[in-house]
Design a protein around this ligand. Structure first.
Ligand SMILES: Nc1ncnc2c1ncn2[C@@H]1O[C@H](COP(=O)(O)OP(=O)(O)O)[C@@H](O)[C@H]1O
Ligand SMILES: O=P(O)(O)OC[C@H]1O[C@](O)(COP(=O)(O)O)[C@@H](O)[C@@H]1O
Ligand SMILES: [Mg+2]
Length: 404
């Protein structure tokens, strides 16, 4: 059954008050195969590239893109090694991708193609596409990668090159706008349970035990929020979107003291971007221009230890940082399904002639979004949302917001 090009997915089942409300001006196409295809399969040279940090499910998406291209009859498929770097670093060679080659890659985490941050001029990348004769490009990455893909799409358009550029959002931080969720997020939340559970067991078993778990989330605290909600053992969830105070009567440290005296143990879950304002900024950036963060997890652990020493109350503080363990793993079943459908729809989108789009889940429907709208700014936890309130209701934490 084919999808008609005029089919649309309703972005939100809400009435927009103003045309500038997030998503109000965004047209979202229904994803899926079209009856009319834009290019003959035998004319296609397809490339797949994975950029940014790792995310569970990358291999599932790569595999499914190859399988679906093969179903359309495409024989010429290459993998670009190590993100955008593979386009301009002459020491790196393309990888020929066949269904046989990718058959089992979803059984392990990471990316078969490798990933990287930073580097590369759009014009060099487009020169490279031209030189290699690539006319279908599948780009897996986060907001930075999408900005790059959109620039590639614009440059191809400017040069009148017929290249379909289609993205599949990859971010365990779940920070892409307008989508229900991105692949790998559920797996990351699930993987974080082992760390939280260990922190809880250690804390419960120790005399006055306190467990601190640091999770990923540079600007968006979704992983910490959902992992805390899932666990049920977290007493305080700290995210970048909600400033908190450590000291004073409404600070975290006094609350932990209260928990130790009332229930004997406590668990804190902190997103890596939370509490950055408590430490001097590092001032440096990674290769892609993302700010390098201070380690608030280590700082928090130290502050808790100091506080309890000063209070004369014994406390056994254990710190767990499972950072890379939650993203360098194989996708769970629900993410595998998501990856499979996203991969298939990415190929359907390219064959339908879409370019400069990304594939995502919208109100439980698979859809094509224009890239600029989904990366206008990073999606962040809304502290006044019902979901955040559900989270703090579940942890039972008081308001640690700094008071004037
Ligand atoms: N604004 C931008 N324009 C073009 N390319 C970008 C931009 N931001 C990042 N990139 C490129 O996208 C790739 C991945 O970006 P990065 O921010 O590391 O990860 P992510 O895509 O997961 O956010 C890098 O190779 C980087 O050079
Ligand atoms: O150490 P790396 O590889 O730079 O990755 C760490 C970062 O990756 C993230 O998961 C986000 O990465 P992406 O932007 O690639 O999705 C952050 O939470 C974290 O700070
Ligand atoms: Mg990013």
């Amino acid at each position: 059954m084919y999808v008609h090009n005029d089919d649309r997915v309703l972005l939100k089942v809400i009435e927009y008050v103003s045309p500038t409300s997030a998503g109000a001006d965004c047209e979202v196409w229904r994803a899926g195969p079209r009856k009319k295809i834009y290019i003959r399969p035998e004319e296609v040279k397809a490339a797949i590239v994975t950029c940014g940090g790792l995310c569970p499910g990358l291999n599932d998406v790569i595999r499914q893109i190859v399988f679906t291209l093969d179903k359309y009859g495409v024989k010429n498929i290459v993998g670009i090694p190590y993100g955008y770097r593979g386009f301009f670093d002459d020491s790196l060679s393309d990888i020929n991708l066949t269904t046989h080659y990718v058959q089992n890659i979803h059984l392990s985490g990471g990316s078969l193609l490798g990933v990287s941050r930073g580097g590369g001029q759009t014009s060099d990348i487009v020169d490279s596409l031209e030189k290699r004769g690539i006319n279908m490009l599948f780009v897996l990455g986060g907001n930075g990668t999408h900005a790059g893909a959109n620039a590639i799409h614009d440059e191809c358009w400017r040069r009148k090159m017929k290249v379909m550029v289609v993205c599949v959002p990859k971010t365990i931080d779940n920070d892409i706008l307008l989508m229900d969720k991105t692949f790998g997020f559920d797996t990351a939340v699930e993987a974080a349970q082992r760390a939280i559970s260990a922190a809880y067991i250690e804390a419960r078993s120790a005399y006055h035990g306190i467990g601190v778990v640091k999770l990923m989330g540079r600007q968006s605290g979704f992983i910490a929020q959902y992992a805390s909600l899932a666990s049920g053992h977290v007493n305080a969830c700290l995210i970048p979107e909600v400033p908190f105070t450590l000291h004073g009567p409404n600070g975290l440290l006094v609350y932990l003291e209260h928990l130790i005296h009332t229930q004997g143990s406590a668990v804190v879950c902190i997103a890596e971007g939370a509490g950055q304002e408590l430490l001097p900024p590092k001032g440096s950036k990674d290769a892609s221009g993302n700010p390098v963060l201070s380690d608030t997890g280590v700082y928090l652990q130290q502050q808790i230890k100091n506080h309890f020493i000063a209070a004369g109350t014994p406390a056994d503080v254990k710190y767990i940082d499972p950072t890379y363990m939650i993203r360098a793993c194989q996708a769970n079943s629900s993410d595998s399904i998501l990856c499979t459908v996203l991969g298939q729809n990415a190929v359907h989108g390219a064959f339908a002639g879409f370019s400069g789009i990304t594939v995502g889940l919208c109100n439980t429907h698979y859809a094509y979004f224009p890239i600029p709208q989904v990366i206008d700014h990073p999606r962040r936890v809304d502290p006044s949302s019902r979901m955040w309130h559900r989270c703090i209701t579940s942890t039972g934490q008081p308001d640690f917001t700094p008071r004037a």
